[in-house]
Design a protein around this ligand. Structure first.
Ligand code: COI
Length: 337
């Protein structure tokens, strides 16, 4: 079979992604150049001669990189993830670059992880692990709470929020939800409250599934925590910027927040997915403050990290890029405002 003339370059390909790129390339009979490095000023010129680029990184897609891509004539950019908060929107617009993302690679991956972390908090598993490592097999002083007796407040009912709701329901929890856009099915079930204040008033657990936008920056801050129930649990598998870390630390100190599971952190770029060799060497005191607490679970942005999700991220992004190149359109074109 003749290899298609179309050529795609894929940046930042990890070892766990490579087989899925190769599988797609073989199935589609399309050449995909695999590059391990991220798309930066230093690597952008490797895109010369390609019709499109497939990318994933947490570091910014800067104006200078996007300008250069456009200069090279590469105007089809397909992200392997959902979030587009690190893409310079002005540069995309002025260069007329078409950007796609993968809005749903596996909502269940994130939802399952979020609920797992909540169960760990409710059952005080960290306390047991720490004590057992020291040979202490006694019950901890803290008795557990059952999820079926709690009200979970879900902020944002997109695909991930809805997948989380399904799981919470399986445990028998009561759900209240807030979103500016109402999902018609959930609307019929009457679970929406009219304001975040109302959600804060009712919820024993806050499950955050909103994107990072200018408006959402630090939506969970001192003011929001004050409106919540005493002993609330906070789950953030979405974006670090949604939570004011200083205010969260104060709310944990005061006991207002009984526990938190954070798969994201405001300053995570360059810190998460890095081995610093020792706890002390982690260059962020606030993060270490959180990590030291038995009632806080910090994980390095891994909620998405399943085989299903990774395969979908890679192959859906490649499909999007192929569509863009062939037709100028794609299933998941991102509208930048
Ligand atoms: C996203 O898809 O935007 C995520 O947050 C997951 C990312 C770490 C791959």
């Amino acid at each position: 079979m003749e290899v298609s003339a179309l050529k795609i370059i894929a940046y930042g390909i990890r070892d766990d992604e490579r087989p899925y790129v190769e599988e797609w390339s073989k199935d589609q009979n399309i050449e995909v150049k695999i590059v391990k490095d991220l798309l930066t000023d230093d690597t952008v010129d490797q895109a010369k001669g390609f019709d499109g680029a497939v990318v994933y990184q947490q570091k910014p897609y800067t104006a200078s990189v996007l300008d250069r891509l456009a200069e090279l004539g590469v105007k089809n950019l397909s992200l392997r993830n959902v979030g587009v908060d690190n893409v310079d929107a002005d540069a995309v617009k002025r260069n007329d670059i078409k950007v796609t993302n993968v809005p749903a690679y596996s909502p269940a991956a994130i939802a399952e992880f979020t609920v797992t972390e909540l169960m760990r908090l409710l059952r005080h598993t960290t306390q047991y692990e720490h004590r057992q490592a020291k040979g202490d097999l006694k019950w901890t002083p803290d008795i557990a709470t059952e999820l079926n007796s709690l009200t979970v407040g879900v902020i944002a009912t997109g695909r991930i929020g809805r997948a989380a709701i399904q799981i919470y329901r399986g445990f028998g929890a009561k759900i209240v939800a807030y979103d500016v856009f109402h999902n018609p099915e959930l609307e019929k079930e009457g679970i929406y409250v009219d304001s975040l204040d109302e959600l804060y008033k009712q919820a024993d657990v806050i499950s955050l599934h909103a994107p990072a936008t200018k408006e959402n920056m630090h939506m969970l801050n001192a003011d929001a925590f004050n409106k919540m129930k005493d002993g609330v649990y906070i789950l953030n598998p979405a974006r670090g910027d949604l939570v004011d870390t200083d205010d969260l630390i104060k709310a944990l100190d005061s006991g207002k927040v009984a526990g938190a599971a954070l798969d994201v952190y405001e300053n995570e770029v360059g810190i998460f997915n890095t081995d610093f060799g020792s706890f002390d060497a982690i260059p962020d005191d606030r993060l270490k403050n959180l990590m030291k607490r038995e009632n806080v679970l910090v994980s390095p942005h891994i909620a998405f990290y399943t085989t299903t999700a990774v395969r979908n991220m890679v192959q859906f992004a490649l499909n999007n890029n192929k569509q863009l190149i062939e037709t100028g359109k794609a299933d998941n074109v991102v509208a930048f405002n």
